[in-house]
Write a protein that binds this ligand. Sequence first.
Ligand SMILES: [Mg+2]
Length: 110
Amino acid sequence: MNPDSYEAMLTAVQEFHDKHGFNASGSEELTYRVTLMTEELGEIAACVSKGKTKAALAEECADLLILLIGTAISARFDLQQAFWQKIARLQKRGSRLVEGRVRVSEFRDP
Ligand SMILES: [Mg+2]
């Protein structure tokens, strides 16, 4: 298996869930997972707002990615397929500057 593939990442996260009995203990319940993801997003924010190292930021982003993949396992959807479907939609959207920052969205002006 290609270690850089989504399949390898999915397998590693599934093994992590199995090792710690996430499913059997109810720890794949979605509101619990949203709480965990929120915690990790807060840790990412702290890395930025507190000027932590790039390595620390990368670690927190990896935590969130692992949780996202785990949420796909828990909710039984194909995150890889969802990613490619969404990026295809995003690539078709326009962008504009909003207060000096690029915003990509489906702009619906009246
Ligand atoms: Mg973390």
